[in-house]
Ligand binder design. Structure first.
Ligand code: KMH
Ligand code: ZN
Length: 277
């Protein structure tokens, strides 16, 4: 059984507006402050979506590069850029995210209904993302929104080989209306399916909205890692909005310690994920 917990913070996302959620970090400065504080609490990886000057989601390459540089300058966190972006982002812009040369990038393993929208991830696009990351030494985090996405990953790795770094890491994104339910049963079904992936494959889980806590507890008790943050969770407890990303990371660290699986450091995360130090 895994003895430590990889904690990823996803502080911003592309779905919430700054007007509705003033605590959302949207500028590079806000992101850096959040990153430093979350690292001090026990986060090892940061999953990054950026915003433009009007706080709207963007995949602007110059700003992505500046964000990667600022995070590297101020923290030791593993920097993972979202290649998912917002549901409206074109494939070419999503592929160009890799030009910002992050340590990691997300790679969603299939199309999913995303609330009232569709998060489109065509097979050819997934292959492009995977092979370009292999070429550039960028380590993917495979995002799993539905059980069949794990079958797609098995097919991808069978046809195109292991990712950069040689280690396979997946994240179950649960509780999205249209995808996996955020339940322990669904998490266990995904974990069973991970056994068909290369030996040593690790998984994290994220419960969106009210599924945050059940998914976190189920992940910790089945050897999984955690992703938390305001991308996925805006309510801390019934009737109580989240104050900050730090509040969510602190809670995850507390749960991980209770499970006797304390947070791993960024250096340990790099070793686990196959990212050069
Ligand atoms: N914003 C969602 C449409 C990812 O970052 O790769 C996609 C998402 C997944 O957040
Ligand atoms: Zn994301």
């Amino acid at each position: 059984m895994t003895t430590t917990t990889l904690i990823t913070v996803a502080p911003t996302g592309a779905e919430s507006s700054k007007a509705d959620v003033p605590a959302l970090p949207v500028t590079i400065d806000e992101l850096v402050v959040t990153a430093k504080e979350c690292e001090a609490l026990g986060a090892a990886v940061i999953h990054v979506h950026i915003r433009d000057d009007d706080a709207r989601p963007t995949l602007d390459l110059g700003r992505l590069r500046a964000t990667v540089a600022a995070l590297r300058e101020s923290t030791d966190l593993v920097v993972q850029l979202s290649s998912g972006g917002a549901v409206t982002d074109p494939e070419a812009d999503r592929l160009a995210v890799l030009d910002a040369a992050p340590d990691m990038a997300s790679c969603t393993m299939g199309t999913v209904n995303f609330g009232d929208d569709v998060f489109l991830n065509r097979w050819e696009f997934i292959v492009d993302l995977h092979t370009r990351m292999q070429e550039r030494g960028i380590v993917p985090e495979y995002e799993i929104f539905d059980l069949g996405h794990l079958t797609a990953l098995q097919r991808l790795l069978g046809k195109y080989g292991l990712p950069a770094g040689g280690h396979v890491h997946v994240d179950f994104v649960m509780g999205v209306p249209g995808g996996l339910p955020g339940t322990a049963d669904a998490l266990v079904a995904c974990r069973q399916a991970v056994r068909d992936l290369p030996e040593g494959t690790t998984f994290a889980a994220t419960g969106v909205g009210r599924t945050t806590i059940p998914v976190m507890l189920a992940a910790l008790s089945t050897g999984g890692h955690l992703r938390v943050g305001m991308e996925d969770t805006l309510t801390y407890a019934k009737g109580r909005p989240v104050d900050s990303n730090m509040q969510l990371v602190a809670r995850a660290v507390g749960f991980a310690r209770l499970a006797e699986r304390p947070p791993m450091s960024p250096a340990e995360a790099r070793e686990l994920l196959g990212i050069p130090a």
